[in-house]
Design a protein around this ligand. Sequence first.
Ligand code: BGC
Length: 479
Amino acid sequence: MSAEVSVEPVKGRSKRSAARWVLMIAALTFCAGLLFGYDQGVIAGALKGIGNEFDVGNTAKQIITSWVTLGALFAALVAGSLADRVGRRPVLFGAGALFILGAIIQGVAVGVPMLVAGRVITGFGIGFASTIAPLYAAEMAPKKSRGRMVSTYQLAITVGIFCAYLIADVLQASHWREMFLLAAVPGVLLIIGVMIVPESARWLAKVGRRKDAVASLDKTTSADHLSEQVAAVEAEVEREQAEGEAGWSEVFGSGMRRALIVGLGLAVFQQITGINAIIYYANEIFAQAGLVSTEAQNTATLYCIGLVNVLSTFVAVAYVDRFGRKPLLQLGLVGMFVSLCAVGGGFILESTHDVGAGASIVGIITMVSLVVFIASFAFSLGPVVWILISEIFPSRVRGRAVSVATAANWGAAFLITEFFLTIVKAIGEGPTFLLLALMCVFGFIFVWRYVPETKGRSLEEIQQQWAKGGSASSWDESA
Ligand code: BGC
């Protein structure tokens, strides 16, 4: 930053005032996650009513369910470069607007094509929000609470899923239009939030708006840390400017290779270990556990999946900055592995032995395993993947690189939800769950070998560590 820019706090902001701004940013991040989660959860409840009203077949239902993912994938790909060009806030504003538009189109749809158009527009909104909200949160958070801040985003996703389940449980399936229209609420909240919070100081500094960058940092940083913060951002931006403008070729270039492998690997492992397949398949598993009526299955899904998902995410919010990213990831993957083996084993046992109908022992073990799986995912891969993706890339390529990783996440989610049932048909439920368990083993090895511990380091220090070379698994813990 140029010398004429004062690094003195504008008003000598107190710790409390800085904390209030940080809270504001957390609230904005929360709205973005809420919007993502609500849509993830609402479709299960709405689908039945849509089916009754429009008399659609399975293929149309499949398209209505999954094309939101395609919209998100496309938007995620362009979100990063857009946010690098126009800033983080305008993209988040656009996400809120698209989400509201999509919710209204779905809510008033007169036929399937209009409904699908609404789904895709909603997908664009989700793609923008899911790429830029964690990135913005990571750029704005003080380093000691960065993990907590980004896990707020995941917490909001789980709260969104839970709210959608709850609303679907309370409203009759015929009220599917109201379910979609209610989705506009987090969109409106996001837009209000964006109008209040400051633009990312790191982005402002990068585009040469240095005074604005200092003003932004001044909001979120207490007076005693401001000079240090400004200096850190200044050094990072100067270094990047000396290296020149980053393009797509650099995102895929050799300098970025290790960070990109970590980002892409985490994004893909988060999906191929089966979270959305389990969410999708939950009612079936509860039926096997002896819950015969649809209402009982819905209620079990609401609490055993929806609520456990929310509660367990609190563990990550509370501990990710204390225990670190890797221990949570590894512990979570062990829990997911064990529970997937139990679910797979249960299915195999049931198909080879006559365990009887109703609430069998196998069924109950399966149900408990499902809860363990969701809990393990929710304190590990759920939030920590988004945290790491938002912090491992240098700011000059961060927007684009986060885009690529987020798009890979959506791509993997699309493939899993599209092909899960096909795989089940081909090899059976038991082996399918064991295959997912095997993915957890690969995921564990990947985390152990390639993922660095970023706890307690500033975004700038993380870049210095990459620059030092050596294996990411050996980054010293002394930060
Ligand atoms: C994942 C979603 C998943 C959700 C479940 C998110 O981190 O990206 O695919 O449905 O967690 O809570």
